[in-house]
Design a protein around this ligand. Structure first.
Ligand SMILES: [Zn+2]
Ligand SMILES: [Zn+2]
Length: 241
């Protein structure tokens, strides 16, 4: 039953990656809707480095550019410009192309400065991925560990493609912007599937707006807030006033 454990551990890692992405990269760093305790920031940064290899500075820059152009020429990953399937399956390529553009980084993420940890570790994405690959292989053996590593990386990348592709194409809209909400995707992506709400109130720390909508990350943010590790900066009611 080793393979079953490998699947469960991989899916657990993907969920933690989704939580770190939406809470740290997205709501805190990119949109400043949330303040996090430095220890929480650091732990999430380490997790994302090891299991996704992504640079927070690059993620923030590409994402802010996406909001700036949202489904118009210049949007790094719009399904309206490129088609749904290319974004769904090629999201990592579109992301990587924009992340390698130094102008994008300078223009859209001037506030995310490179520190000593970045220079030593976090800007070395392949080193991070090498650590997670080694961890999987140490736990499950060479072949199953390698497959589990690929499975969790592929699932994370695919879910990002679902948000950027499907959540700009299929689903319902509470507000008149190009993005859509999908409750099922929200459960799988720690709330990111409520993408129409997010495009309407980008700096809100909470993504659920209407009855029946659930934002799993908001529960975690409230729990962190209760012990002094998170402080929401803005909520939809405050933004629309
Ligand atoms: Zn979007
Ligand atoms: Zn956003």
């Amino acid at each position: 039953m080793n393979w079953l454990w490998a699947v469960l551990v991989s899916l657990g890692v993907v969920q933690i990656s989704n939580v770190c992405t939406t809470i740290y990269l997205h709501r805190c760093l990119a949109h400043k809707g949330l303040d996090l305790h430095p220890a929480v920031r650091f732990l999430m940064r380490v997790h994302l480095w090891v299991f996704t290899g992504m640079s927070p500075r690059e993620w923030v820059a590409v994402h802010r550019k996406h909001h700036h152009f949202a489904d118009e020429e210049g949007d790094p990953h719009s399904p309206r410009l490129r088609g749904l399937w290319p974004i769904l399956l090629g999201n990592a390529m579109y992301y990587g192309r924009e992340a390698r553009n130094p102008e994008t980084i300078t223009k859209y993420a001037p506030d995310v400065v490179q520190d000593g940890f970045d220079r030593m570790l976090f800007d070395r994405g392949l080193l991070g991925l090498g650590i997670s690959l080694s961890l999987f292989c140490a736990i499950f053996g060479l072949w199953l560990g390698g497959l589990a590593f690929l499975f969790q990386a592929g699932t994370y990348i695919f879910l990002s493609g679902v948000i950027n592709g499907v959540c700009h194409t299929i689903g319902y809209r509470n507000y008149s912007n190009g993005a859509t909400n999908l409750r099922s995707v929200a459960y799988l992506t720690a709330g990111e599937g409520l993408h129409n709400n997010h495009h309407q109130f980008p700096s809100s720390a909470k993504f659920s707006m209407r009855p029946g909508e659930h934002d799993p990350a908001w529960i975690i943010i409230r729990a962190l807030g209760a012990i002094g590790l998170a402080q929401p900066q803005r909520l939809p009611a405050e933004i629309s006033q």
